[in-house]
Design a protein around this ligand. Structure first.
Ligand code: AP5
Length: 217
């Protein structure tokens, strides 16, 4: 069984690599950003609360995301393990996760920091395209769709996220430095921790990630 945390700056490739790694390990990929965007699209009460924070590049309140995570990691879908992408995002969330895991007799097996430079992040996020129907991700230059504006997998319409514009990206990077970067101090002394360089092609980074997981097994 694998319990994995994948953290890092916006655009480092957590979603791209998390999808692939979770599928190969046979575990569920739990991405708080995806869950929140679904709630926004469905206009649920939670979605209404989250939208303004997300559009401004700020964090959604801790109690909202912590509640979502507790439900997900104890759900039947997580019985074989889980990969957390986008959670924890600050030290308070990391402490809550530890308390939840302890309560359920679980441990983190792998904590991977996906590290990327600011220039790379801006380039990746400004070019990102997502499928409105299936959520699959593309990049205008690095992994363009075969037909402009349409998803290769399901033919759905491609769109750009509201927070993927330069002004909001700068704000997200600021929030990352202030609130998420301190997680490095929190996790880096733990045996499960590994750093992976996210600069490189998708396959190259994935190979590094797999090695990091094997190394911390
Ligand atoms: P979230 O959706 O988690 O956004 P993020 O952390 O900013 O990360 P991204 O999804 O932007 O990037 P990624 O690292 O997944 O990169 P990706 O693989 O897509 O959160 C959004 C918002 O929700 C937050 O701002 C906040 O408001 C809220 N939220 C979420 N969790 C929260 C929490 N725990 N607490 C409070 N609030 C929370 O890749 C990016 C692009 O690059 C893609 O186009 C991809 O195709 C391309 N790419 C990826 N890897 C490569 C590569 N190796 N080579 C070339 N291109 C690549």
């Amino acid at each position: 069984m694998h319990h994995v945390v994948l953290f890092g700056p916006p655009g480092a490739g957590k979603g791209t690599q998390g999808d692939r790694l979770a599928a190969s390990l046979g575990i569920v990929h739990i991405a708080t950003g995806d869950m929140l965007r679904k709630a926004v699209a469905e206009q649920t009460e939670l979605g209404m609360k989250a939208k303004a924070c997300m559009d401004a590049g700020k964090f959604v309140p801790d109690d909202v995301v912590i509640g979502m995570i507790e439900e997900s990691i104890t759900a039947p879908a997580a019985a074989n393990g889980f990969l957390l992408d986008g959670f924890p995002r600050n030290v308070a969330q990391a402490e809550s996760l530890d308390a939840m895991l302890h309560q359920h007799g679980l441990d983190l097996d792998h904590v991977v920091f996906l590290d990327a430079s600011e220039d790379l992040i801006v380039e990746r996020l400004c070019g990102r395209l997502l499928c409105r129907a299936c959520g699959f991700g593309f990049h205008r230059h690095y992994s363009p769709p075969r037909e402009a504006g349409l998803c290769d997998r399901c033919g759905g319409e491609l769109y750009q996220r509201a927070d993927d514009n330069k002004e909001v990206i700068v704000q997200r990077l600021h929030v990352y430095q202030e609130q998420t970067a301190p997680l490095l101090d929190y996790y880096s002394h733990q045996a499960a921790y590994r750093r992976v360089d996210a600069d490189g092609g998708v396959d190259e980074v994935y190979d590094r990630l797999v090695l990091a997981i094997q190394d911390s097994d």
